[in-house]
Ligand binder design. Structure first.
Ligand SMILES: [Zn+2]
Length: 156
């Protein structure tokens, strides 16, 4: 059995809600993205981690950005997070000469959207918490941190 990841996540979620102003599934998704990126890169936001998100600036999808800021400590103020694109729950995280791209899977996004449309925001948050990283995200790893987020390096 794993040790209680839920408690640690809930504490972080409370912190994120305080920062963001309300609880929603995209905030929780952002937290999960940031935590996964840090685990994959062995990094934290005070130590060379940088992020480029494709969420754009329109809620609810852009709420992801605040979850990522809270979980990675990459912040607008420190200049190590960039927010571009529009409406795509995808981010590129770089640290330690490595990069990972993490994107919300279509199935997970459809589920979240459907619950939100029906007004079940809390249920959507619970669903995000319950899914494994594998069910939530598509992950691509790269050896070297290079180029802008759209640069398709041919070293697959
Ligand atoms: Zn929000």
């Amino acid at each position: 059995m794993r040790s209680k990841p839920d408690e640690a996540f809930d504490r972080l979620l409370s912190k994120a809600v305080e920062f963001h102003g309300h609880l929603g599934p995209y905030l929780a998704i952002g937290l999960r993205m940031g935590l996964l990126a840090k685990a994959l890169l062995g990094a934290n936001g005070m130590n060379g981690l940088s992020v480029a998100l494709e969420t754009g600036q329109t809620p609810p999808v852009s709420c992801v950005a605040d979850g990522v800021q809270v979980s990675t400590l990459c912040t607008l103020g420190k200049g190590n997070i960039r927010i571009e694109g529009s409406g795509k729950v995808k981010g590129r995280f770089e640290a330690n000469g490595m990069a990972v791209e993490i994107e919300l899977k279509g199935r997970a996004e459809d589920m979240v959207r459907e619950l939100l449309i029906k007004g079940y925001s809390t249920k959507a948050v619970e669903a995000v918490k319950a899914l494994s990283d594998l069910d939530l995200f598509e992950v691509h790893r790269y050896r070297r941190a290079a180029g802008p987020i759209h640069a398709g390096t041919h070293s697959r």
